[in-house]
Design a protein around this ligand. Structure first.
Ligand SMILES: *[C@@H]1O[C@H](CO)[C@@H](O)[C@H](O)[C@H]1NC(C)=O
Ligand SMILES: *[C@@H]1O[C@H](CO)[C@@H](O)[C@H](O)[C@H]1NC(C)=O
Ligand SMILES: *[C@@H]1O[C@H](CO)[C@@H](O)[C@H](O)[C@H]1NC(C)=O
Ligand SMILES: *[C@@H]1O[C@H](CO)[C@@H](O)[C@H](O)[C@H]1NC(C)=O
Ligand SMILES: *[C@@H]1O[C@H](CO)[C@@H](O)[C@H](O)[C@H]1NC(C)=O
Length: 511
């Protein structure tokens, strides 16, 4: 796809669905949200073309589970329920072998259609009908992910992306209102090695309105790492985002729940994230995240491979809250539980005292420095980008653990291309420098710390992960006008695995 399209889309393509005439929810109100982590029934031979009847027979097995979960969610008062990406058809299809699974999803911006009450309007829409009837029967808004087939003009302008066979196949979210009406359709823009699908010619900015919480925006999986459509939704003022995903976990920085939490905190939004559960593909990690709280699930090694429904009452976020991002200054110093660190007035070019080394983390060459004292302060730089850490370690038990502070400024190029500035405090997998940046899930050592960086971007996503995949809410997050970001935390509930400020340099992605 054309990368320029990303920029053009900012100006040209802001298309929004909305159901007119609905009352806005009162400020201070709340609603009940649900997400379902689904162990998808897979087609064992996804490269073989199947008939429509066979594809439907396969998808009905997954729809049967959706139906049970919709009933359970409704019993718990859920007003909106989100299912994961690929949750009805599975993975690894070719462009032709997925054909039996495709339905042509009408554009809800062009026409009102309730597939449950008007099933005869379109042929070949069994999945849409069943989802619509589920929303209607259980009286909740429902979002699911499915495969859409749309004809496209073959003789089209050079900027169009119509494939040679004259149709697009899209990885799509569909949203239904609680009476079953199809209210939104979103086509995934940032595909992740999905040979069965096309990216839409421009990013689609899609929202829908609800009577209980106002607007929700839609995006899918890999989209979360990119400006379009995700940041555009946030910058339009959308504060509640729906996120079906099929995310393969990768520690130390990009496990599903880590980035879900980081995105919600960094963008100050609510995120309803539903992942697939599949142990072989390392997929688990779903949650309901607000700027203030997180209800999440991450399966532990050895847990039975099964689905998980999460339900939480969350506040309605009023629109347009992202601009006020500068909070307390970093000049007053932060008190930790056993005393205060003296505030520092350093330039980022201050002497980088310690011996540094390069180790690969998530395929990127981080510059690291070891934490080899009980308490200290450290700087580490990658070029002109510097990270600062003040820390005090609280070892528990006898196991010796090694920690390192890493900085990376550059473009990540493996399995996707995106420009980063990252400050990360990690537990190294072993006691050797070269193990810093490798995957590790457990830690005993607790840490009080202040982690800080001066970023070349406003888009910085903070996260703290402790032992056994537990997310902690940072005690303090601060940002100055010149994009110096500070995260402070103490009194951890578990040993520290990762503390990270993940800066996305969206403006450099196209270079
Ligand atoms: C899909 O293909 C990948 C490799 O391309 C493989 O690792 C994975 O196991 C496959 N998944 C399924 C569900 O067949
Ligand atoms: C649906 O398919 C039937 C049988 O192929 C056809 O007679 C009918 O016209 C189609 N209806 C619509 C709405 O396309
Ligand atoms: C984040 O959102 C909350 C709730 O809408 C708001 O009170 C707060 O001011 C926002 N914080 C920032 C830093 O924008
Ligand atoms: C700690 O690291 C610094 C720099 O890497 C080094 O100079 C110092 O000797 C180390 N101290 C200990 C106790 O290992
Ligand atoms: C530390 O955490 C515990 C439980 O997580 C809590 O009870 C206690 O009040 C906290 N102490 C401080 C100083 O925050």
């Amino acid at each position: 796809m054309s990368l320029l399209a990303v920029l053009f889309a900012l100006c040209l393509l802001v298309s929004v669905t909305s159901v007119a005439g609905q009352a806005k929810p009162a400020s201070g109100s709340s609603y009940v949200a649900a997400v379902y982590e689904h162990r998808v029934f897979l087609n064992p031979e996804p490269s073989v073309i199947v008939s429509r009847a066979e594809a439907l027979q396969h998808m009905q097995k997954n729809l049967d589970v959706y139906e049970e979960q919709a009933a359970r969610a409704a019993q718990q008062g859920a007003q909106i329920l989100v299912f994961p990406e690929d949750g009805l058809h599975g993975f690894n299809f070719s462009r032709s072998s997925i054909s039996g699974y495709l339905e042509t999803i009408p554009d809800p911006q062009q026409e009102k259609w309730n597939p449950c009450t008007e099933p005869g309007r379109y042929n070949n829409t069994e999945v849409l009908q069943r989802l619509s009837c589920m929303a209607r029967q259980y009286n909740l808004y429902l979002v699911a992910n499915m495969a859409d087939l749309q004809p496209c003009p073959l003789q089209s302008s050079p900027s169009s992306s119509c494939p040679p066979d004259g149709h697009w196949q899209f990885n799509s979210n569909v949203a239904f209102s609680s009476d079953g009406q199809l209210v939104a359709r979103y086509h995934k823009y940032n595909l992740y090695f999905e040979k069965s699908f096309d990216a839409p010619p421009q990013p689609e900015i899609i929202t829908f309105d609800t009577p209980f919480a106002g607007r929700f925006g839609l995006f899918i999986c890999f989209d979360i790492l990119f400006r379009e459509p995700t940041v555009s939704l946030v910058e339009m003022g959308v504060r509640q985002l729906i996120y079906p995903t099929a995310w393969m976990n990768q520690l130390p920085l990009l496990d599903a729940i880590q980035f879900q939490r980081a995105f919600s905190l960094g963008a100050n939004v609510t995120l309803l994230a539903a992942n697939i559960r599949n142990d072989q593909l390392i997929m688990t990690g779903s949650g309901i995240y607000t700027p203030f709280s997180a209800t999440f699930h991450h399966a532990q090694r050895g847990d039975p491979e099964e689905g998980r429904l999460l339900v939480a009452t969350v506040p309605v976020l009023q629109e347009g809250g992202v601009e006020a991002t500068s909070s307390s200054s970093t000049d007053s110093g932060y008190c930790f539980k056993e005393g205060c660190f003296t505030p520092l007035h350093r330039e980022t070019t201050s002497a980088v005292s310690s011996a540094t080394f390069i180790s690969s983390m998530m395929y990127d060459p981080f510059t690291f420095v070891l934490l080899n004292k009980t308490e200290d302060e450290l700087d580490v730089c990658d070029g002109a980008f510097c990270c600062h850490l003040q820390y005090r370690q609280y070892p528990q038990g006898d196991r010796k653990e090694l920690f390192a502070l890493g900085a990376f400024a550059g473009t990540h190029t493996v399995n996707g291309r995106y420009a980063l500035q990252v400050c990360a405090l990690v537990r190294c997998a072993g006691l050797d420098e070269s193990s810093c940046g490798q995957e590790v899930e457990v830690a005993d050592t607790k840490m009080d710390f202040l982690l800080e960086g001066r970023f070349g971007t406003r888009y910085v996503y903070p996260l703290i992960l402790s032992s056994n995949m537990i997310l902690e809410q940072p005690e303090h997050l601060g940002k100055t006008m010149d994009d110096k970001v500070t995260m402070m935390h103490s009194n951890m509930t578990g040993g520290l695995v990762t503390a990270c400020l993940y800066g996305r340099m969206y403006h450099l992605d196209n270079q």
